[in-house]
Write a protein that binds this ligand. Structure first.
Ligand SMILES: N[C@@H](CCC(=O)N[C@@H](CS)C(=O)NCC(=O)O)C(=O)O
Length: 191
């Protein structure tokens, strides 16, 4: 059995929850209180962060690495493009995620100029989604899952208007039709 050390409010955990749901993998969760983390979480992850995935004696932190592991361990349905070039570009987006999250967290801290910087980052995603249907390329996949939790939280909790980014808004609407994503939208609405 897989155990996910998890926190409802954590968008990095949401990445892993979505992949587990897409792949229909059964798992149990241990909810970690991020405001009072148990000391033992450092034995699972020396950085003390969630998510952490555990399968018997195997323990793995880092959402992007966990999702790569799940993709290899449970290959169906595939969440990376079959084409090597398309896959590499999708991985590049995940690799450069900090370029998106930096202005996001800056906006959350209400720093000066953050809204403009985050709008620029959203504009970058919008332009990409104008050119291709998904961040992962021609089909939905791990790059979409890597960004979606922050886009949802920006819209629902930080009063970010997505209407000015029509391709991005359309992408979110299409993804919301997927049960794995709809379940996450409910987590955000109820937490
Ligand atoms: N790079 C990590 C980031 C995980 C992360 O920052 N998780 C947050 C919760 S959303 C956390 O555990 N924060 C506690 C801390 O930073 O001490 C990943 O992708 O899994």
């Amino acid at each position: 059995m897989i155990t996910l050390y998890d926190a409802d409010r954590c968008p990095y955990c949401a990445r892993v929850r979505i992949v587990l749901a897409e792949k229909g993998v059964e798992y149990e969760t241990v909810e970690i209180d991020l405001d009072a983390r148990p000391a033992w979480i450092y034995e699972k992850n020396p950085l003390g962060r969630v998510p952490v995935l555990e399968e018997d004696a195997f323990v793995l932190p880092e959402s992007a690495v966990i999702n790569e592991y799940l993709e290899e361990r449970y290959p169906e349905p595939p969440l990376w493009p079959a084409d090597p070039g398309e896959r590499a570009l999708a991985r590049l987006l995940v690799f450069r995620f900090d370029e998106f999250s930096k202005p996001y967290y800056s906006l959350r801290r209400e720093e000066e100029g953050a809204r403009e910087r985050f709008d620029l980052a959203l504009g970058g995603l919008d332009a990409l989604l104008d050119a291709q249907p998904f961040l992962s390329g021609r089909a939905y996949g791990l790059a979409d899952i890597a960004y979606l939790p922050w886009v949802v939280r920006a819209r629902d909790r930080m009063e970010v208007e997505l209407e000015v980014f029509p391709a991005l808004a359309g992408w979110l609407e299409r993804l919301a039709a997927r049960p794995a994503v709809a379940a996450e939208l409910e987590v955000v609405a109820s937490s």
